[in-house]
Ligand binder design. Structure first.
Ligand code: G6P
Ligand code: ZN
Length: 544
C-alpha cells in the first residue's frame, strides 16, 4: 500500500488545554488540521513506531471519520498494532484500562468530554501515555511545539476499516484489532467491587435506581455491567444508546443538565439512587432520594468507607484533590493518618502520585472521582463504589452522607460559573485580583478574617515539576475559602469559576440550604472580584 507524504503548513493555537485539543468540529474539518496534530503526536512519541496504540472515542459527530484518518496515519508512521474499540467507541476510563492492561505505548482518545456534539459543536483529541493517563505537560508541550513547525504528514491510501466487527485486519503492515469496547473494563470493575452484594441489593425489591447515560459513551458499559452482569431491571439505564449529537443534549452530569434524572429522585416516590455520567464516561453525579452528593463530599465518603469494598479492603495509601475541591477529604485523611495532596485542576496532576503509590483515591469538584485502578477519572467506577457501599451498609445515600458529616463536620460547598464572558474582561478581573492579593492577609471581610491569599502554584512531589498560576485562593480563619479561576476547557470566550466553601463542625447546623449558608461568602467573592462591574453579569449562569 502506498504511503503518501503530504505537505502542510502549521496552524496556530493547536495547544492542548486542560484535557487535550478541543475545538469546533468545523475547525477539525479544515484540510490538514487533524492530520497536523496527529503527525505531531507520532513525531514526538517515538515509542509508537513499532509499538501498540489504543484508539477510540466517545462516539460524537466526526468520531468515525477521525478514527479512519488516524488509522491510516498510524499505518504510515510505523505503528505495529492498533487496538480500536468496536464502533470506534471507548470511554475515557476504558481506554485507560486497555492501555494499561495490554501494556501499550499509549492511546489516542477522541472526545470533547461533556461539551455538546454535532456538526456545529465540539470535538477533541488527546494523547494518553503508556501509564494510561493524560499526557503530562512536558509531553503536551512537545506535541504543541511540533505542531508549530510540522511541514508534512504521512498517511497511507486505503479503504475505510470496518470498525463494527470485532476481529483483526491489516492496513498496510499494521494490524488493526477491533476489540469489544466493554469487556476488559467490566472485568476490572468486577475485580474491585462486590458484584454479589450489589446484585442482592438490586433483587431486594426495596431499591430503585436509574443511571442516565445521557446518550453518550457509557450507555453500552452501563447496560452490560448494571443490567447484564448485576441483574438490574431492563430500563435501569436511561438514554443508553450513544448518539453523535447526544440527542441534542449537553452530556454533563450536573443538576442543570441531568435535570430529568434529578426529577426522578424527587419526592416521596423518588428513586433511592440516581447517577449519571458525561460524554466520554469519566465524570459522575450521584443522587439519593431528594439528595445531591457534591463531588467533594463523594470523594470524602468513598475515602472514609473504602475498606468496605473488596478492591480497597486493605486500605488506601493516600488521597488527593484538586485545589478548588472542598477540603472534606482532608479531614478524612487526617483521621485515617494518611497524606492528602492538593493539586492543580486537571486529572493529569494525579498521575505521578498514583504511579508512585502515594495515593489510592483522588477526585475533583468537577464531578470527577477515581483511583489507582486506571489513570483517568472514572464515572461508572464511582457509581459502582456507591452501590457497593449502599449494598453493604443498607442505608440511604442521605443517611450515609449525614453520618459522614456528623463524624467529620460538613464542608458547605458551591461553584458559580459565569460562562462565555469577554476574554479581555476575564483577564482584567484576574489581574485585578493578583494586585489585591498581597493586601488581603489579616483583613477582616464581614465575619471572615483572611488567613492567606495566593495564586496557587504546585510543585509535584515526585518529579519536582512546577505548575504556576493555577487559580486564586483566599483562605479564611476557620477553614472557609474562596477560589477563583478561569476554565481551561471552554471553546468560546472565557468562563469564570468561583468556588466557595465553609466548614461547619456542629451537626445542629448541617441542614441549611447551601446557597443560604454560603451567602455571605458569595457576596464577598462578588465584591472582591468586581464581578458585576467587570463582566456585566449579575448572576452566575450555572450553580452547582
Ligand atoms: C476536565 C479535566 C478535569 C478538570 C476539568 C476542569 O474535565 O479532565 O480533570 O477538572 O476539565 O475544567 P475547567 O473547565 O474548570 O478547566
Ligand atoms: Zn469527561
Amino acid at each position: 500500500m502506498d504511503t503518501r507524504v503530504i505537505s502542510t503548513t502549521p496552524f496556530d493555537a493547536q495547544k492542548p488545554g486542560t484535557s487535550g485539543l478541543r475545538k469546533k468540529v468545523t475547525t477539525f474539518q479544515q484540510p490538514h488540521y487533524l492530520e497536523n496534530f496527529v503527525q505531531a503526536i507520532f513525531d514526538t512519541q517515538t515509542a509508537l513506531d513499532g509499538g501498540l496504540l489504543v484508539l477510540g472515542g466517545d462516539g460524537r459527530f466526526y468520531n468515525r471519520e477521525a478514527i479512519q484518518t488516524i488509522l491510516r496515519m498510524a499505518a504510515a508512521n510505523g505503528v505495529a498494532r492498533v487496538l480500536v474499540g468496536q464502533g470506534g467507541i471507548l470511554s475515557t476510563p476504558a481506554a485507560s484500562c486497555i492501555i494499561r492492561k495490554y501494556q501499550t505505548q499509549g492511546g489516542i482518545i477522541l472526545s470533547a468530554s461533556h461539551n455538546p456534539g454535532g456538526p456545529d459543536e465540539d470535538f477533541g483529541i488527546k494523547f494518553n501515555i503508556g501509564a494510561g493517563g493524560p499526557a503530562p505537560e512536558s509531553v503536551t508541550n512537545a506535541i504543541y511545539q511540533r505542531t508549530q513547525t510540522v511541514d508534512q504528514y504521512r498517511i497511507i491510501e486505503a479503504d475505510p476499516v470496518d470498525l463494527d466487527q470485532v476481529g483483526e485486519s491489516r492496513l498496510g503492515e499494521m494490524v488493526v484489532q477491533v476489540i469489544d469496547a466493554v469487556a476488559d473494563y467490566a472485568d476490572l470493575m468486577a475485580s474491585l467491587f462486590d458484584f454479589d452484594a450489589i446484585g442482592q441489593l438490586f433483587n431486594s425489591g426495596h431499591f430503585r435506581m436509574r443511571f442516565d447515560a445521557m446518550h453518550a459513551v457509557t450507555g453500552p458499559y452501563a447496560v452490560e455491567i448494571l443490567e447484564h452482569r448485576l441483574g438490574a431491571e431492563p430500563g435501569t439505564v436511561m438514554n443508553g444508546v450513544p448518539l453523535e449529537d447526544f440527542g441534542g443534549g449537553h452530556p454533563d452530569p450536573n443538576l442543570v443538565h441531568a435535570h430529568a434524572l434529578v426529577e426522578l429522585t424527587r419526592g416521596a416516590q423518588g428513586l433511592d439512587f440516581g447517577a449519571a455520567s458525561d460524554g466520554d464516561g469519566d465524570r459522575n453525579m450521584v443522587l439519593g432520594q431528594d439528595f445531591f452528593v457534591t463531588p467533594s463530599d463523594s470523594l470524602a465518603v468513598l475515602a472514609a468507607n473504602a475498606q468496605l469494598t473488596p478492591g480497597y479492603r486493605s486500605g488506601i495509601s493516600g488521597v488527593a484533590r484538586s485545589m478548588p475541591t472542598s477540603q472534606a477529604a482532608d479531614r478524612v485523611a487526617e483521621a485515617l493518618g494518611i497524606d492528602c495532596f492538593e493539586t492543580p485542576t486537571g486529572w493529569k496532576f494525579f498521575g505521578n502520585l498514583l504511579d508512585a503509590g502515594r495515593i489510592t483515591l483522588c477526585g475533583e469538584e468537577s464531578f470527577g472521582t477515581g483511583s489507582d485502578h486506571v489513570r483517568e477519572k472514572d464515572g461508572l467506577w464511582a457509581v459502582l463504589f456507591w452501590l457497593n457501599l449502599l449494598a453493604v451498609k443498607r442505608e440511604s445515600v442521605a443517611e450515609i452522607v449525614r453520618a459522614h458529616w456528623r463524624r467529620f463536620g460538613r464542608n458547605y460547598y458551591t461553584r458559580h460559573d459565569y460562562e462565555g464572558i469577554d476574554s479581555t474582561a476575564a483577564e482584567g478581573l484576574v489581574n485585578h485580583l493578583h494586585l489585591l492579593l498581597p493586601s488581603l492577609p489579616g483583613q477582616q471581610l464581614g465575619d471572615f478574617k483572611v488567613a492567606f491569599a495566593d495564586d496557587f502554584a504546585y510543585t509535584d512531589p515526585i518529579d519536582g515539576s512546577v505548575a504556576e498560576h493555577q487559580g486564586i485562593r483566599i483562605g479564611f480563619e476557620g477553614g472557609a475559602r474562596i477560589v477563583l479561576r478561569l476554565s481551561g476547557t471552554g471553546t468560546q470566550g472565557a468562563t469564570l469559576r468561583v468556588y466557595i466553601e465553609q466548614y461547619e463542625a456542629d451537626s445542629a447546623h448541617h441542614d441549611r440550604p447551601v446557597q443560604e449558608a454560603l451567602a455571605p461568602l458569595i457576596l464577598i467573592a462578588r465584591e472582591l472580584a468586581q464581578i458585576e462591574a467587570r463582566t456585566g453579569r449579575t448572576q452566575p449562569d450555572v450553580i452547582t
